[in-house]
Design a protein around this ligand. Structure first.
Ligand code: FES
Length: 86
């Protein structure tokens, strides 16, 4: 779904930037920068911020699940940017 019509950014693009980032949480401006664009009319900023919050929460939850799995000899899998075994 297109979230930003001025820059033609989809929710998937925004979600991928947030979940691939080592820095959490990202600001809306950082997301626009990563995608090579900038805020123009500003109508999308609320939606972008919502996606950042949802994606950041999902990252934290996956990390927490991975950490508990690691204690039991499991592995940490990061969806979307590869996986790593420990
Ligand atoms: S809709 Fe995103 S800047 Fe206009």
């Amino acid at each position: 779904m297109i979230v930003c019509s001025c820059n033609v950014l989809s929710d998937h693009e925004i979600w991928n930037v947030v979940t691939a980032s080592r820095e959490q949480p990202l600001s809306a401006q950082q997301v626009y920068d990563c995608l090579g664009c900038s805020v123009q009319c500003g109508r999308c900023t609320r939606g972008v911020k919502r996606i950042i919050t949802e994606a950041s929460t999902a990252c934290v939850e996956r990390a927490a699940e991975g950490m508990s799995g690691l204690r039991n000899g499991g592995y940490l899998e990061v969806t979307g940017i590869g996986s790593a075994s420990i």
